[in-house]
Design a binder for this molecule. Structure first.
Ligand code: SF4
Length: 386
């Protein structure tokens, strides 16, 4: 049998993952010399596009009529009594998208009123990255966390990319820096480096190619070598190692949402109903994957759910909102939802999306040189052919 190695954070000796180290603050640049003209600061998105007045957010008969077809999509998860709060935002956002020539890209973990009622495109990280590249809209509003908005900017540098809450981070993306990747390269010269898309643009700029949970195995095997560095998610790396002949060197990052599930918890669901199907995300720890019937990306989880016969029961081991959103697409299936919310994804709300479109904030900016190198790594993944 081929040896499969997961060398968890082999550089831990003297080098802690970035999330546990104090962040260094960049030294300020010396003042420009006398007589030298200061470069004009680039205009902000608000200056370029202008700020629009706030529309009425009353729940009027006109708003009720304009949003009735959208409520049908979420009636299974949003009580009728709550709809008058959401509906005015839904209408205002959908109207404003036309004014701003904007699209909303929503990750599967967005809440149902965002996912089903204002999003133009929905999907996992890979699907959204591809859509960001293709859309002809001038403005992209990212319904997701900061690394996703950076990826959109990297792929579409000419577009204005907004994130409704700039504090929407990710424990995985925060676990590693560009400097950490350079250190790994020195430690393992010549070994290809694959980064999960849940990383900053600066980290992507240092690697050979990115991957998502949909294509991680395919990307790792595409090098045709026996050893690959796959970072920063230790659990995704273990899952790749278990399903491939390639030896994997990884980093000790993890998703704070998926690492909270346990195999014991899942065994209890199976004991209660032996026919239940358990589907887990590969960011979960190995005992959770072992206790599941299927592990795959959010897009592959949706495909799997569609194969479950009407009347079947499914335990969806991932972020809570995903189950709410998938339930709409598989009405005959009963979902059991061991619920862990991603606090970063939940920073994105309808009121913040409305503010983003009205005030053109918060604009995502990536250094052009970093963006060019990060784009190469992402495009290599997007255009990967077997
Ligand atoms: S669910 Fe996990 S990986 Fe996804 S954004 Fe939240 S912390 Fe990051």
């Amino acid at each position: 049998m081929t040896e499969q190695v997961v060398a968890t954070n082999e550089v831990s000796c003297g080098v802690e993952p970035a999330a546990r180290r104090p962040r260094r603050v960049a030294a300020s640049k010396p003042a420009a010399g006398r007589g030298r003209r200061e470069a004009a600061a680039p205009k902000t998105a608000a200056e370029r596009f202008g700020v629009l007045p706030r529309p009425s957010l009353d729940y009027t008969p006109e708003v009720a009529a304009a949003t009735a077809h959208l409520y049908e999509r979420v009636a299974h998860v949003i009580p009728a009594i709550e709809w008058p709060f959401h509906a005015p935002y839904v209408k205002a956002i959908n109207d404003l998208k036309k004014v701003r020539d904007a699209v909303i890209l929503a990750h599967n973990y967005m809440t149902p009123e965002i996912y089903h009622c204002v999003a133009d495109f929905v999907g996992d990280s890979l699907q959204l990255a591809r859509l960001a590249e293709k859309t002809s809209a001038k403005v992209i509003v990212q319904g997701g966390v900061h690394f996703m908005a950076e990826t959109s900017k990297v792929l579409s540098p000419e577009k204005t990319v907004l994130i409704p809450d700039g504090k929407a981070g990710c424990s995985l993306a925060a676990s590693i820096t560009a400097e950490d990747v350079r250190l790994l390269r020195r430690r393992y010269p010549g070994v290809p480096v694959v980064a999960y898309v849940n990383t900053s643009a600066e980290v992507k700029a240092e690697v050979d190619v990115t991957c998502t949970s949909s294509n991680a195995i395919e990307v790792v095997e595409s090098f045709g070598v026996d050893r690959v560095i796959c970072l920063p998610d230790q659990y995704l790396a273990r899952w790749v190692a278990a399903n491939s002949k390639v030896k994997i060197i990884t980093w000790k990052g993890s998703c704070e949402v998926h690492e909270r599930f346990t195999g014991e918890e899942l065994e209890a669901y199976r004991a209660a109903d032996p026919n239940v199907r358990i589907i887990a995300h590969p960011e979960c720890p190995p005992d959770v994957i072992a206790a599941s019937d299927f592990a795959g990306s959010t897009a592959k989880m949706i495909d799997f759910v569609k194969t479950v016969p009407v009347g079947g029961r499914v335990v969806l081991v991932t972020e809570c909102s995903m189950a709410d959103n998938v339930a709409a697409e598989a009405p005959g299936v009963e979902f059991v939802r061991p619920c862990n919310l991603c606090p970063h994804m939940k920073r994105i709300t309808l009121p913040k999306i409305l503010d983003a479109l009205l005030e053109m904030k918060e604009e995502v900016v990536v250094d052009p040189e970093v963006a060019a190198r990060a784009r190469r790594a992402v495009e290599r993944m997007i255009h990967l052919k077997n």
